[in-house]
Structure formats: structure tokens, C-alpha cells
Design a protein around this ligand. Structure first.
Ligand code: CTP
Length: 130
């Protein structure tokens, strides 16, 4: 039973989000998702999420590929989250390539390619212009 963990804001849920979650699940048996809190995500992306952390967690937890979700409150707690959820494999998008290599002493780490030409930022920009 391979437990896979991944993290993200997943604001304004889109097909790139679905693809990385489905690909993450396919690398193991059970998928755990750390959804970035409003405060953490605002600091990281310099933009307050459009959807609240509660709504983003509800959306992610409703997906067939997702076993459970929890709130990710900081980057520094990554190791604690991996340990407390007994994860064997950390999956991150390749926008984070190399950033979590030091966690290889507690779990496997895989960076998956992002889906091209889609992002929450791009969607928000299109909506602003229309
Ligand atoms: N992701 C992906 N392909 C995309 C967009 C996101 O695989 N086209 C992945 C990211 O690599 C990350 C997860 O989805 O592992 C959550 O990404 P997030 O930062 O929430 O989404 P973005 O659309 O990149 O958001 P933003 O534009 O606000 O940075």
C-alpha cells in the first residue's frame, strides 16, 4: 500500500490540477493532498485565493482519486506532514524541481511535468479582461 502525498493551492480548480492529482494517485494506492491555507498561499503567491481554503478542500476531497485532504500551513512543516501522514512518496509539479530533494532521506520524491498552457493566474487574467 503506497501512500502518495502532494501539495498545492488548487484555486479556481482546472484541468492541470486534475491531471497532476490523477497522475500522483497512479504512482501509488492512496493519495493525500495538502491544500495550502489562505494565509500560506497569499504569502507564497502574493494574491489572496479566489476560493476559500474550506471550499478548495471540499473540491479536492470530492475527487475520486483523492483519499484525504488536510490544510498545509507552511513550507517548513513539509517534513512533519510527510511523517505524520506516513507518506512513502512526495509528488510535486516540476515548477518545484530540486526544491525538495533533501526530503529524499524520509520518502521518495518525484517531480511531474506541469500541464502546458493552463494556470489559475492565466484564468484570472482572462476573466479580468472579459
Ligand atoms: N499544476 C500542473 N499543471 C498546471 C498548473 C498546476 O501540474 N498547468 C500543478 C502544480 O505543479 C502543483 C499543483 O498543480 O503541483 C497545484 O498548483 P497551483 O500552484 O495551485 O496551480 P497554478 O495553476 O500553478 O496556480 P497559480 O497560477 O496561481 O500559480
Amino acid at each position: 500500500m503506497i501512500r502518495v502525498i502532494t501539495f498545492g493551492t488548487f484555486d479556481v480548480f482546472h484541468a492541470g490540477h486534475l491531471s497532476i492529482l490523477e497522475r500522483s494517485k497512479s504512482l501509488g494506492d492512496y493519495l493525500i493532498v495538502g491544500v495550502s491555507s489562505d494565509a500560506f498561499s497569499t504569502g507564497k503567491k502574493k494574491r489572496t485565493p479566489i476560493y476559500s481554503e474550506n471550499d478548495r478542500m471540499r473540491i479536492i476531497s470530492a475527487l475520486a482519486c483523492v483519499g484525504e485532504v488536510f490544510l498545509e500551513e507552511s513550507l517548513e512543516q513539509k517534513e512533519d506532514y510527510i511523517r505524520s501522514h506516513a507518506a512513502h512518496l512526495l509528488v510535486m509539479g516540476d515548477d518545484w524541481r530540486g526544491k525538495f530533494d533533501d526530503l529524499r532521506n524520509i520518502c521518495d520524491v518525484i517531480y511531474l511535468p506541469r500541464t502546458p498552457s493552463i494556470s489559475t493566474t492565466a484564468i484570472v487574467e482572462v476573466i479580468k479582461k472579459t
